[in-house]
Design a protein around this ligand. Structure first.
Ligand code: ZN
Length: 480
């Protein structure tokens, strides 16, 4: 069926230096709305425009158009921002402007580019630049569970539809086959083989240092499976596969590998997909049945394109198929210059990344539950990479009680459903056993998943399928 696409006419009349950033956000909004946006630059005739983005003094109205007042200060990463509710939506903006004057384009730009994170005290970051939610500026920390950028898009669309109601019929659906939102199950594989000498040594060291019995139990159990990695209880692949097959969906597994020539760091995975005793025909068969595999690169690999390429090639050789996706171990992208990591992804041949998430809380690190293309400030344009933001993962929920974790995750799932986004979940393969260090993990996952499985509005798809769908949709929305 051919889609009928109508076009939003936008006038952008702001200083030249800010135009690429405004265009980037308008692209994001176009994808969120499912509408084409045709942009005229400069002080053109605003008659007939649906949207005007310009430096206007407060209260100035342009007849028949939605006006967004340009606020240069919001493009400064060090601007102090707060959220407030506007027309029912929590939105992001400069702290000392009346809500009606908020520049929702600049606010969306700073969310998608993680600009507020530049205010984090360097002392609150670890050596990889990673940080906990508590280190964020207070206003941002209070809003980690709110898809603010998606709220901006929804609020603006409501206003546009008021002035041009016909556009409603022209909006391209967000998701295929009549589904209202997407669910994307993924699994990082951090500990493949509990009986591997490095895993045994780590468990025993932790037992001695932390005096927690669970680590001794893990070492003792690992010893039983010293030579049979695919039989040990950290090997969760069979379990996840069988459950997912029963439920009728497929997921993605991000595998760690350390081929020859790659360094090992202290917190890298202790047993990876190249340990002796793993039968690769197992993964090849899963792949043939629709499961996806991606790369889970080593810590610091974000600093070294060659290492990413070597790891990717090692996996592709054994799988016999190209990889399209990546998620970093510890979510350790370059947290100061995320685009530098994304550029390496592109150079290595990846099509999407799924590393943008909070470490210790479920939520929306880029303020969105939608796939989006990251911005490259050096080139002043979007990179040709799809980011699938990670919303909920097991280690976030392990920090509190199961009840608290379930409540937090359910809140996020509800926001994604209401906002028609994609809920990306990450449950490590080794948690399938639901015992020892991972007791309760799968129970929690199943509680979160059950209502989604029962909901006919959810499109369950792998990240590569979702990224592909989003690319195809963006192509249809392109203004030629
Ligand atoms: Zn990991």
């Amino acid at each position: 069926m051919a889609w009928v696409v109508s076009t939003i006419r936008a006038v952008v009349d702001i200083p030249e230096a800010f135009v690429p950033r405004a265009l980037y956000v308008l692209d994001f909004l176009a994808a969120a709305w499912g509408l084409k946006v045709e942009v005229t630059h400069g002080p053109g005739n605003v008659a007939g425009a649906h949207l005007v983005y310009a430096r206007l003094s407060e209260g100035v109205a342009v007849r028949g158009a939605v006006v967004i007042p340009f606020d240069e200060r919001l493009y400064d990463p060090h601007a102090v921002c707060v959220a407030t509710v506007r027309d029912g939506y929590p939105v992001w903006g400069h702290h000392d402007v009346a809500t009606e004057g908020w520049d929702l384009i600049a606010a969306t730009f700073r969310l998608l580019t993680l600009a507020d994170e530049q205010q984090i005290d360097p002392a609150a970051r670890d050596g990889l630049g990673n940080f906990l939610v508590g280190a964020l500026p207070a206003g941002r920390a209070a809003m980690v569970a709110e898809p603010l950028a998606d709220n901006h898009a929804a609020l603006l669309l409501e206003k546009l539809l008021k002035i041009a109601p016909d556009l409603r019929e022209a909006c391209v659906p967000r998701w295929p086959v009549g589904k209202r939102y997407a669910v994307c199950v993924t699994h990082d594989s951090d500990a493949m083989h509990r009986g591997h000498p490095r895993e045994l040594a780590t468990a025993l060291t932790k037992w001695l240092m932390r005096r927690q019995r669970v680590f001794l139990d893990m070492a003792l159990e690992g010893l039983k499976y010293r030579h049979t990695p695919m039989a040990n209880s950290s090997w969760g692949f069979d379990g996840w596969r069988d459950d997912e097959a029963r439920h009728g969906f497929r997921s993605c597994f991000y595998l760690a590998v350390r081929p020859l020539g790659c360094r090992r760091r202290l917190n890298d995975c202790k047993s990876d997909a190249l340990v002796a005793g793993i039968d690769w025909s197992f993964f090849q068969q899963m792949r043939g049945e629709g499961w996806e595999f991606g790369l889970h690169p080593a810590l610091d690999a974000q600093r070294d394109l060659d290492e990413i390429v070597r790891e990717k090639s090692a996996l592709e050789e054994r799988l016999g198929a190209p990889l399209t996706g990546i998620r970093h171990h510890y979510l350790a992208i370059d947290n100061y210059r995320p685009w530098a990591t994304f550029r390496k992804h592109l150079a290595a041949g990846f099509r999407y990344d799924s590393s943008l998430g909070w470490h210790d809380r479920p939520g929306f690190r880029a303020g969105t539950a939608l796939p989006f293309r990251p911005f490259d400030p050096d080139a002043a344009e979007a990179l040709d990479l799809i980011e699938l933001p990670l919303a909920v993962m097991d280690c976030q929920v392990a920090l509190g009680s199961v009840g608290t974790a379930e409540a937090q995750a359910t809140l996020i799932a509800d926001k994604v459903r209401q906002g028609a986004g994609v809920l990306v979940l990450n449950w490590h393969t080794e948690t399938y056993c639901n015992r020892l260090l991972y007791a309760g993990y799968r129970t929690l996952y199943e509680r979160i998943l059950a209502p989604l499985l029962a909901d006919g509005d959810a499109w369950f798809a792998t990240p590569n399928e979702i990224a592909g769908w989003w690319r195809g949709r963006a192509e249809r929305l392109r203004v030629h």
